[in-house]
Structure formats: C-alpha cells, structure tokens
Design a protein. Sequence first.
Length: 480
Amino acid sequence: MNLASRLAAAKGRPADADVAPVPLQKPSPASPPAVPAPRPVTPAAPAPPTDALTRLKDRVAKALFERMGSRMNDPSLSEEQLRGIVLGELDVVVDEEKVPLSADERARLTAELADDVLGFGPLQKLLEDASVTEIMCNGPEMVYVEQGGKLVRSGARFTSEEHLRRVIDRIVSKVGRRIDESSPMVDARLADGSRVNAIIPPLAFSGSTLTIRKFAKDPFGVDDLIGFGTLSPEMAELLQACVDARLNIIVSGGTGTGKTTLLNVLSSFIPEGERIVTIEDAVELQLQQEHVVRLESRPPNIEGKGAITIRDLVRNSLRMRPDRIVVGECRGGESLDMLQAMNTGHDGSLSTVHANSPRDAIARLETLVLMAGMDLPLRAIREQIASAVDLVVQLTRLRDGTRRVTHVTEVQGMEGETVTLQDAFLFDYSAGVDPSGRFLGRPVATGVRPRFTDRFEEMGIRVSPAVFGVPQPAQARRWA
C-alpha cells in the first residue's frame, strides 16, 4: 500500500477520493519513523490520579460537613463515632461514583478525611512533626514551616479557601474565640499551648493566613537551653539565684527569639511553696508547680463589649494574694500596674517585653507606661522602672537561626535623668562561625560583680565564684 492509500485509509476514505495534497517532509535517516507501529495495550481499569483522589475527598468531606453541621464539634461524639461516619460516607460516595480504589488509596483517603474531621487537615502531620517549630499558611496553597531555624516551603496544601477556613474555625472555637468578617483577626492556642494567629479577608488580601508557633510537648528545661547554647552553665546558675532571691526580671527580645521559653525556664526556679499568678493574652506558659492560677484576657463580644484586658487582670491579681506575678508580655498600659506591683511588695515578678537591647527595653517600658494614659513626668516613670526592675535578660535570634542570651544586665538605679545599666554577661562573637555557618561564640562574664549579690548573701544564697569570672583579653570587643 502506498503512502496516499495509507493516509486515506486512516481518514476512512477510499484511496482515490479527492483530497487536498498534504505537504510531507522526508525524515532524515537519524530521525524516528513518521508513523510508529502501534503497541498492543491490555485493557485495565486505571487507578484515579492524584487530582481525582482530591476531588473525591472534597466530595466526601462536603457531604460529611453537610450531614453533621454543628455536630462536627459536638463533645458528646467520640473519635470512634466520628471515624465511623467518615467511613460510612466514604463507602456511599465511592459506590455512587464507581471510582476504582486500591486498598492503599482507600487507606490514604480515609486517613486524610480523619485528619480533616478529627484533626487539622493538612497541618496535622506538621503539628506531629517534632522538627517543625512554626507553621505559616499564606492562603490555602502556600504552607511554609520553620525547621532548624530556617524557613522552607512544605508540600502540604488545603484544597480550597473554604477548607482552610474550616480548620481556622475549629481551632478558635475550641478556646471560645470567633473569627468572621466583623472580627477578622484572632489570637488563640492549641491544646498543647501552641500559639495561633489567624487573619482572614478582607484584611488578608491573598487569602486566609494562619500562623502557628508550636510548643514542645515536653517543655524545655534549663539543661535543654544549655545544650542548645542559649545559656551557659554559669549564666543559668546566676539566673536561678536571682529567682530564688526574688529579683524582678524582664526578659527582652524580638519576635521569635524564645522569650516565652526562657520565661518558662525562669518560672521553673520558683519554689513549690509559693502562690503564682500568670496573666496572658492566650495561655502559653507551662509551669510545673502545683499552686498556679492562670488568668487569660478576653476579647470583646460581637457587640464590642465584655473585653477583659491584661491591665484588668493585673489589677485583679493584686487581690489574689500572689507571691509571684508572671505577666506573659507587657504591651500596653498594664506596664504601669506591673511596675507599681513590683514596687509595693510583690517581689520576684517576671515578664517579657519586645526590644532589641537592654537599653531599648528600658525605653520600651517608658513608652508602655505612657500608654496607660497617666500624665506622668518622664523622670517619675524612669524612677519607677529603676526601682522596680532588677535584671534584664536579652535574647537574640542570630543569623544562623539559633537563639542566644546576649546580655544579662543589672538595672543599678538613676544617675541624673538616665537609668544606669551594668552588664554581667555578654555574648562573645569573636569566635567566628563554623563551616556550616553556626556561631561558635558563647556568653561570657564581664568580670563585674552585680550589686544585687549583696542580697544573695543576706538570704543565704551561694553562687560559685566562677560565675563572675574575668573574661580573656581576646574577648574584648565592641558590644552592640
């Protein structure tokens, strides 16, 4: 059969039919034949591709949510009952759609649906991964995680904006918060204390945004921080003595530097026989003592009423006979009430503040006190701070992703109009970095003995002389 006959036969026409000539290009000897020989194909039912499985899961999930409605968060339904409903809906939809599924695909589909119903969807595996410290969802399709101090994009994704919103609603509803168009921002927490922030359209232009800062299931202790290089053993000994001596301590640092983790460690030094009152926006502290009262602020309701602020809780805590007041973070007018409490017999209080250095922390406290709305002269505010705060512990997140204590600074008092500070420990950057980019430096003592050590002697608290060792000349440098 010639070439014209073959082309005509392929189109279902006789070889002599009137057809327009088809220009052909003669293939080169090295090129493959123009018409490859057909290969026999054994008919079989192909497995559904990944997008088909995703569409099937969406249909099952939609049917499930429509069937259950508000019962999805019903505490009377056990995990086994919810799982039974998932399996039942899966069987119904698969039978209706006549979709061929292997045993592995059915198991995978069931596991993903169980995560959607009983957990937090695509984020469930990330929450269970101990190496992931932070999860950031920039819309339904872009999920980033922090591992080893570095940001990487995860393969997890939500099927739709509605899917992401369902997960957000499930998180915030469990702690009595709400998020909708009238209140499009919310701070919440997970059951393990992990911090959650969510913001939705119209404020989030690229889609609902969810940020989860995970907390370790087993809270870090002082030995863990020493192992990480955050603290040195000498620094840990001094901080424990400061807590035992009921000094007022401010933990300062930027976002994500580990302030809450260090506050947990400092709180672990508080003796068992004392009454501790913690005050937070969302409960995050994981204190190990038995006698702890946890207070949490409350946002306004849908009418804009009923808000309970940190400042309200600080004032109320003074009537609760606290031995120690631990404020999760000072970010407003409650700073004035906290300073007054420190100056009126509530020694040993702890708190955190956002600042980049001990000097900035003092200036930040001045600004926060002014936010209380009291028309106080600046000198009076500085005198309150100098009298109330004994120690500032500065945390910094270095370029290699590690968190280090870079300053342990004593607040000595006032000289003229200035609050005087004296460093007891500073981080030594002079050791450089290793081949992987990790800083080799460590905190070192400046050799200056803080004035509050006299209080140690009065209370019978012993600190080894090695804590205030004299630094080597090579460690002298310009400190930021």
